[in-house]
Design a protein. Structure first.
Length: 270
């Protein structure tokens, strides 16, 4: 049986809301959950009324676990609001991009146990992946609770240094946008070879959806093998891959894009 602790969700937008829903689904008692959101949506108000968690109470006891799911520029105001709701035993889980452990300690010095996490948008449908780094001495129970919370929206990978969170951000945090743009580009290429725009988009979208599901279902097979399985020597796929796998093809472009995203993440942290 899980020993739940009082959970405070600060910010219940898309990501915070997805994790709140996941926590409730995982059995976190609503009576032990408090949500603070400066601009609660009608849907959030309705969920609070239905499930029974506290929404924007005037005061409250310090939380055992705080999920900080706000925009980075809101950190200062959030820290002021959180000051009376945390203590030395509180574990802070931040899913803010670009805000370091040092940033959070500077604003909430009473907290020494911080987990910096970077999920991605497929968390909204339970198919996300989160990279996370632990700063401070968490007990095994605390670590398990954090893992449970983060895994309610998908898979979890721990990283050994905070610096790698910027790399996680560049690969999987921003990664869904790269895939969505791939769909756009593939559909546009379809138009260039004569397909009607709506048909080209349906074909491109279904192809990426199906390939992604195949990657998921055949997780033991390397992507390179799956690619080779589709590629007949001298065939149509091989002709296309000659361009995609050229020295100036997709790989160097993707590397350049990921490095740019990582550099931007580091700049935001500064």
């Amino acid at each position: 049986m899980t020993d739940f602790v009082p959970l405070l969700v600060f910010g219940a937008g898309k990501m915070g809301g997805a994790m709140l829903t996941g926590a409730l689904r995982a059995g976190w008692p609503a009576a032990m959950i408090t949500v603070i959101d400066p601009h609660p949506s009608d849907a959030l108000r309705a969920t609070a009324a239905k499930e029974g968690f506290a929404l924007n109470p005037a005061s409250g006891e310090p939380a055992g676990l705080v999920l900080l799911a706000i925009k980075p520029q809101m950190l200062d105001s959030a820290a002021e609001a959180l000051a009376s709701r945390v203590n030395a035993g509180t574990v802070l889980v931040s899913v803010m991009a670009g805000k370091s452990v040092g940033d959070m300690k500077a604003r909430l010095p009473v907290i020494s146990k911080i987990v910096r996490a970077m999920p991605n948008t497929p968390a909204a449908i339970g198919r996300g992946i989160t990279g996370a780094f632990i700063a401070g001495a968490l007990s095994q129970t605390e670590r398990d609770l954090v893992a449970m919370l983060l895994m309610t929206t998908g898979r979890l990978e721990w990283v050994g240094s905070e610096d790698l969170i910027d790399s996680v951000t560049a690969v999987s945090g921003s990664g869904p946008a790269y895939v969505f743009y791939l769909v756009e580009a593939l559909a546009k290429a379809g138009e260039e070879v004569g397909l009607p725009a709506d048909l080209a988009m349906r074909l491109a979208r279904a192809t990426i959806e199906g390939a992604g599901e195949l990657l998921f279902q055949e997780a033991a097979i390397p992507p390179a093998t799956l690619r080779q399985n589709v590629t007949s020597p001298g065939g149509t796929t091989a002709a296309a891959l000659e361009h995609l796998m050229a020295e100036d093809g997709l790989q160097p472009l993707m590397t350049k894009a990921v490095k740019a995203a990582r550099a931007r993440a580091k700049a935001l942290a500064g």
